[in-house]
Design a protein around this ligand. Structure first.
Ligand code: SAH
Ligand code: SF4
Length: 414
């Protein structure tokens, strides 16, 4: 049964009511993925264990879930044999369903995933020589309508839950075969080499998949706290980057409560152009955004803020724009690096990518201004896995189309 209590998603563009996140399973069992240790403890207590037992079992189960990646209580060998069916009757260990997995010729992998209530979303893994980056989605669709972004043409279907967000990381580890091998209950018989926690294919996480993570703040925070928990996935906050289109009021909280690296989708240096291509700019303007960046907790020369800048032909790519970019970043004394993203095309997009020469020139000007501005190599374009190409079946319908469908449905019902 779905809880249909409505809540509104903040955002100036098209705030829509969506169903609340918690969808109890039909069989009444509770999915443990996405819950912090203290909630697992409380659930175990609620199911009848005494305080001490609940705490001990929660600690053990948490380790199996997030450190070892098991999906079956039977595999939890340090938990009494009789206890395992007791757990399985009450709880499950979920993963998002995989609808389709694709491989790009450049090694990039994209997964089309599905929530238990049937909504599709995507995650992408980008292997490099020295690192492997998982690009994680925070919402199904997006409330915002950045004009160059394919996801922006979808409506927001709903926020992903903490379980669905951390579930992407778990699934990637499953697919990459990266859970530590070996038995935990019997380490005596095992050489150190057999019990290794370092697969090291997945080293970095970027919240740059579908959706605006700061419009799903609580769930993203709870999920990333699980990803960073030293008893579990234990990924350092320095290896996690959250990208925002500029939800100014949530930025300070992001630094304080999550503490990960910040990337900001700047994309333009004048009000006129940013209003057009990143419409949230009409609500939180450039000055406010850059000030929030200057105030971002934890930013320093050692931990710079990344400014993403999509290269759109004849729109935002002139020499003058490049010089203004340098001026602005300096005026706000920002510890900044710029990431130039060649525009990735999608069917129906109104923009074209700047020429390679233009991108090079733009990059040179920013470099000459003393700010690093590498060009991001597009990855996985052949499977539509590159930045801004993610989109699933839930269309953003026009008002006219919705009216037409409603009229048809009413006619059929009558
Ligand atoms: N919603 C967040 C994070 C997801 S998008 C945000 O907007 O920051 C990740 C990055 O890809 C953002 O910088 C986004 O602006 C950029 N992007 C979107 N569409 C793109 C496209 N078609 N080509 C290149 N980059 C794109
Ligand atoms: Fe949403 Fe980011 Fe795409 Fe803008 S760029 S529509 S905020 S996903």
């Amino acid at each position: 049964m779905t809880d249909t209590t409505l809540m509104s998603i903040p955002g100036q563009v098209d705030p829509v009511p969506v169903a609340r996140d918690i969808t109890p399973r039909e069989d009444g069992r509770v999915d443990l993925i996405g819950l912090p240790k203290k909630d697992i403890t409380a659930l175990f207590e609620g199911a009848g264990l005494d305080k001490r037992q609940a705490k001990l079992r929660a600690k053990q189960v948490f380790h199996w879930l997030y450190h070892r990646g098991v999906t079956d209580f039977e595999a939890m060998t340090d938990i009494a044999k009789t206890m395992r069916p007791w757990l399985a009757e009450r709880f499950v260990i979920g993963r998002p369903d995989v609808v389709e997995a694709q491989h790009s010729t450049d090694g990039t992998r994209k997964w089309l995933l599905k929530t238990s209530d049937g909504h599709e979303f995507e995650m992408v893994f980008i292997p490099d020589a020295d690192r492997g980056t998982l690009c994680v989605s925070s919402q199904v669709g997006c409330t915002l309508n950045c004009r160059f972004c394919h996801t922006g043409t979808m409506r927001l279907v709903r926020n992903l839950t903490p379980g669905e967000i951390v579930g992407q990381v778990m699934l990637a580890r499953d697919s990459l075969g990266e859970w530590p091998k070996g038995r935990m209950d019997d380490l005596g018989d095992e050489s150190e080499a057999e019990y290794t926690a370092d697969g090291r294919l997945l080293t970095n996480i970027v919240m740059m998949g579908m959706g605006e993570p700061l419009y799903n703040f609580d769930n993203v925070r709870d999920a990333l706290q699980l990803v960073m928990d030293g008893d579990g996935l234990a990924l350092s906050k320095r290896r996690i980057t959250l990208s925002t289109s500029g939800v100014v009021p949530a930025m300070a909280r992001c630094g304080e409560e999550i503490g990960v690296n910040l990337a900001v989708s700047l994309h333009a240096v004048t009000k006129e152009i940013r209003d057009e291509i990143v419409p949230i700019n009409k609500k939180y303007g450039l000055e406010e955004l850059l000030q929030a960046c200057a105030d971002y907790p934890g930013a320093s020369n050692a931990r710079r803020i990344t400014f993403e800048y999509v290269m759109l032909k004849d729109k935002n790519d002139s020499d003058e724009h490049a010089r203004e970019l340098v001026r602005l970043l300096k005026a706000y004394k920002l510890p900044a690096k710029v990431n130039l993203i060649p525009f990735n095309p999608w069917p129906g997009a109104v923009y074209e990518c700047s020429t390679p020469e233009r991108i090079k020139r733009f990059s040179d000007i920013v470099f000459e201004g003393g700010i690093s501005a590498p060009v991001r190599t597009p990855r996985g374009r052949d499977i539509d896995a590159a930045c801004g190409q993610l989109k699933t079946a839930a269309e953003k319908k026009s008002r006219a189309q919705r009216d037409r469908e409603e009229a048809e449905a009413a006619a059929q019902a009558g």
